[in-house]
Write a protein that binds this ligand. Structure first.
Ligand code: BGC
Length: 320
């Protein structure tokens, strides 16, 4: 009798656990459905194709330009665009956003694809018939339909050639946005390839800013203290030259040749003041517009090129 009571107790316990678990599952499903409905409110879409763009950061000098250009394109061409991104650069968070965006099943996804971890999700979206293109940073091994952005390898090479043309016996310090992001790696690779081929040039140290100006300043400061022989500093992501020049100001090392990426207004000021010698421009505005045009074409069934390189060139202060 005691044994039977014990058994009934266990069964009851299992049933209770199952009920609670099912409750949680239902809650998750309902929340997901609610989110999908909120994101795809028919009155918001108003018959327009729904496109979601995922950038590196939700609010950032560089990404705001990409986002605003994409929004302008959407407005002019009867498309509904949502822009999303993490608060700070965080590939894991960016992947979670991509995961949630796929659940919403929009008509097209434009994503800055940072690492190989993005490949399975991009491919999953494609298998669900959601066209995906990459912007700013590519993932050529995925099934994305097209890439819109800078030829990052070439830009890295061009900067190195500029350095070699202006500095003898190069000892370069580098602040990169990240070690892991594909486009930053390509820039570094291009720079390194050219520097390695020159007999009297070397890369002394590399540090990462996590694309933040304050980190770029601290890392550059420490690097120049540790390696006083450094005579060139390269900033690989948009805010790195801002941090580098602040560190140079503190150390009073005006002899250092500074090069970097992006012609943001703040960086152009540094060029004018002679604190930066060369910038590789990118076209975040063009990336926003063009990526929208390409995803629209794909949605309309048109074929598009595999890679669309936006313009990038070296911009100098005019005195060298
Ligand atoms: C890169 C972007 C990055 C930005 C950050 C740019 O050079 O292309 O991917 O988000 O720098 O500062």
């Amino acid at each position: 009798m005691m044994r039977r009571n014990g058994l009934t107790g266990v069964v009851l316990l299992v049933v209770c656990v199952l009920i609670v678990y099912m409750g949680y599952l239902m809650k998750d499903i309902l929340t997901l459905q609610q989110r999908i409905e909120e994101e795809k409110k028919p009155e918001m879409l108003n018959g327009r194709p729904h496109i979601i763009m995922i950038g590196e950061v939700e609010d950032h000098l560089y990404w705001n330009i990409v986002r605003d250009a994409a929004k302008d394109y959407a407005q002019e061409n009867e498309l509904y665009l949502q822009y999303k991104g993490p608060r700070d650069s965080d590939p894991d968070e960016q992947l979670s956003i991509l995961r949630r965006v796929i659940d919403v099943q929009p008509d097209g996804i434009i994503v800055q694809s940072l690492t190989e971890a993005f490949i399975p999700l991009i491919d999953e979206a494609i298998s669900l018939d959601i066209p995906v293109i990459t912007v700013d940073s590519d993932q050529p091994m995925s099934q994305r339909v097209s890439y819109v952005g800078t030829d990052n390898l070439l830009a890295g090479e061009a900067i190195a050639e500029d350095v070699l043309a202006h500095v003898d016996d190069v000892h370069a310090g580098i602040i990169t946005g990240t070690y892991t992001n594909y486009h930053h790696q390509l820039r570094l690779e291009g720079f390194k390839e050219v520097i390695d081929q020159a007999g009297d040039a070397s890369i002394v140290d590399v540090a990462s800013s996590g694309i933040k100006r304050v980190n770029a300043r601290e890392k550059a400061y420490q690097m120049m203290i540790n390696h006083p022989e450094i005579n060139v500093m390269l900033g690989i992501s948009a805010l790195d030259v801002l941090g580098i020049t602040e560190a140079i100001d503190v150390l009073g090392r005006e002899d250092i040749y500074v090069v970097g990426f992006d012609t943001l207004e703040e960086n152009l000021q540094l060029l004018k003041q002679g604190k930066v010698q060369t910038l590789a421009s990118q076209e975040p505005h063009q990336m926003g517009m063009k990526s929208m045009e390409i995803i629209e074409k794909i949605i309309q069934g048109e074929s598009v090129p595999d890679v669309i390189h936006t313009n990038s060139q070296l911009v100098k202060d005019g005195s060298s």
